[in-house]
Design a protein around this ligand. Structure first.
Ligand SMILES: C[S@@+](CC[C@H](N)C(=O)[O-])C[C@H]1O[C@@H](n2cnc3c(N)ncnc32)[C@H](O)[C@@H]1O
Length: 421
């Protein structure tokens, strides 16, 4: 039974908890709310504040139980449903999070953050069009919600709406967001912007760390990716029949290892993404795997190679001069360099327009950054690089490399060789 004394103790602790929470002393706030609940168990407002504290302490899993208890006692509390949606979202329980957030909004929770979080849940549930609506709603409620502008901009780019994407990203920058990735995305969307030489490294790293788990299945089974096999098949054009040592640049999960197996003795790899490298390591087909940027690695490795391969990696590198210099450094006489690029020319521009727009001739010769945030390179640029770095071009071939949003990505594969033994 609740006595006046315990009620008063609960009230005092509750007030102390609120004061500590407001001052950002979150550990202290949690202790006060727990003490308050000891004195007066199950009080919904205390449970909700305890949960809010745990959310701010980045312990969403610990917020769920008090919120469920509070909601059982007070099912019409929109704030509690919003917090529950947040906790479920942050513990990756996206479908349940969406239900909780929908409930919060139906109960009158009009905070822009509730709509923003709905958008995050919808993206995770692969419902991008609805996520875009949720974020449009967010920015209509709060035009200064920078994260919503950033995410809406990226999503609009993915949804093939470059003009709206540009507007959103420009709004984000105007509000003070100045992330290299936003600038990079804008460069891919603006006809007139100077083409950056490379993407922000942590963007590529995070992209592939997040993609590693489903990479092989998605790329090979769903997108019809076959560049590793194409590059291996074309090695016969180089006149060589075997390579004692090979380096796989941007080796990813190691998809090149199998088709290269009949051709190479020792195989090494390098990649920016640790998660992709873990998968490559698990194939058991690599002698040495290095974690890092391809150019840095080429400039510092003490190993030399008879073959360097790069399958679908230069889509993440615009300027290829530093790569060519590095490859030349590690290849012995007669060494072979083979790679793929997305083809940038009139024919492929027409095909690529289904997935985005290419920049005009005036922007940068040699390569362009597409709205897909992948680079495409001109065949003439590849030939000029080969010539300038002393390579002979054994063969180039155009191929359909894979699908992207229902369109065929046309690529160029090249096999180059240094003079010598
Ligand atoms: C599309 S995947 C291709 C992987 C593999 N070559 C294949 O054909 O399956 C691109 C890979 O290149 C890596 N990558 C991109 N830019 C890189 C860089 N500058 N240095 C090292 N690795 C990079 C990514 O981490 C990713 O694993």
């Amino acid at each position: 039974m609740t006595t006046d004394t315990s009620f008063e103790r609960a009230r005092q602790c509750f007030i102390l908890g609120n004061t500590a929470f407001e001052a950002g002393r979150l550990d202290e706030a949690e202790k006060h709310f727990l003490a308050s609940l000891l004195a007066l168990p199950g009080r919904p407002s205390t449970l909700i504040n305890l949960a809010a504290t745990r959310l701010r302490l980045s312990r969403p899993a610990d917020a769920i139980e008090p919120l469920r208890t509070a909601i059982a006692a007070q099912p019409g509390d929109a704030e509690a449903w919003h917090h529950l949606g947040t906790a479920l979202l942050e513990t990756q329980q996206h479908a349940q999070a969406l239900r909780a957030l929908d409930h919060a909004i139906a109960l009158g929770q009009a905070k822009p953050a509730a709509h923003y979080r709905r958008g995050l849940a919808l993206v995770a549930l692969e419902r991008p069009a609805e996520a875009a609506q949720a974020w449009e709603q967010t920015v209509s409620l709060d035009a200064r919600f920078t994260a919503a502008w950033v995410d809406l901009g990226s999503l609009m780019r993915d949804l093939g709406r470059p003009a709206r994407a540009r507007e959103c990203l420009e709004r984000a920058i105007a509000l003070g967001a100045d992330d290299p990735l936003i600038r990079f995305q804008l460069a891919g969307l603006q006809e007139t912007a100077a083409t950056p030489e490379a993407p922000p490294r942590d963007y590529v790293e995070k992209l592939f760390d997040g993609y590693a788990e489903g990479f092989d299945n998605h790329l090979v089974e769903k997108l019809g990716y076959r560049t590793p096999q194409l590059l291996a098949d074309g090695l016969s054009s180089t006149g060589a029949d075997r390579f004692a040592t090979a380096l796989d640049l941007g080796c990813g999960t190691g998809l090149c290892a199998l088709p290269l197996a009949p051709w190479v003795g020792r195989l090494d790899g390098v990649d920016l993404s640790a998660a992709m490298l873990d998968k490559a390591r698990a194939t058991g087909r690599y002698d040495r795997l290095a974690h890092g940027d391809v150019v840095d690695h080429l400039l510092k490795t003490e190993r030399s190679y008879a073959l360097v391969v790069a399958a679908d990696v230069f889509v993440y590198l615009g300027a290829l001069e530093p790569v060519f210099q590095g490859v030349k450094r590690v290849l012995g006489p007669g060494g072979v360099f083979c790679f793929s690029v997305e083809a940038w020319d009139e024919a492929s521009d027409a095909e690529a327009s289904a997935v985005g727009q290419s920049k005009g001739e005036a922007s940068q010769p040699g390569y362009t950054l597409r709205t897909t945030l992948r680079y495409a390179h001109r065949e003439a640029y590849v030939h000029a690089l080969a010539r300038d770095h002393g390579f002979q071009v054994c063969a180039t071939q155009r191929h359909a490399l894979r699908q992207d949003h229902g369109a065929t990505v046309v690529g160029l594969c090249a096999w180059l060789r240094l003079p010598g033994a």
